[in-house]
Write a protein that binds this ligand. Sequence first.
Ligand code: IPE
Ligand code: IPE
Ligand code: MG
Length: 230
Amino acid sequence: MNNINHIAIIMDGNGRYAKEKGLLRTFGHKKGVENVRKIALFSNKKGIKVLTLYAFSTENWKRPLEEVNYIMSLPKFFFDSYLKELMENNIKVMMIGDINKIPEEAKNIFLEAIEKTKNNTGMILNFALNYGSRQEIVKAIKNYCQDVIDGRENNLSEEEFNNYLDTKDLPEVDILIRTSGEQRISNFLLYQISYSELIFTNVHWPDFNEEEFDKCLHEYQNRHRRYGGI
Ligand code: IPE
Ligand code: IPE
Ligand code: MG
């Protein structure tokens, strides 16, 4: 059995899901958020320790303003609807990315959810929000350089470098799943997925249900992780 501590998902395909139904992209985003609840509760039941979900990339600001605004209204919908249930299930909310650049309302709702769930001991539900891996790495290097200048650091190792990343408190990513058929990483966890098993599925995120999730876990269990060995 391969270990499963940390699963990361690029939740892609909300727009295409809606388009196929002849509906607006925003409809897909709403369904996508509802699916976050479903998959988070299911992962928690499965005993997965960390579920990291790519919710908004640093490049997604390029989208039309109405779409960005709609997406930024979704944290309120999500936590108003489901925070109680997350608490009941002992789920701890975290986030990675630059929270300071997201609209005040979304930011405050996130900070509140993080605060309220901070003592929960079940699964960590980690949102990558305004997250870009290149930006994260550059920030880590800048912070490291500052620590050297200030005399706090001078002997960088892999373990030390990890402490400069947003993911510093999280275990290694075991599985990276991307929904909706694209086979690329799109600036997500570039450094962290060095030895993750990559799984691509054609299912759009709003349709990615428990059964599809189980298929990914099954696929993962059939992989032989060698880490450079034999
Ligand atoms: C993923 O779905 C959600 C975000 C990137 C915020 P998309 O909105 O990218 O959906 P497609 O890829 O256009 O179908
Ligand atoms: C990646 O999806 C970002 C999220 C799922 C939040 P995109 O839809 O932004 O990626 P590209 O543009 O297809 O690479
Ligand atoms: Mg997309």
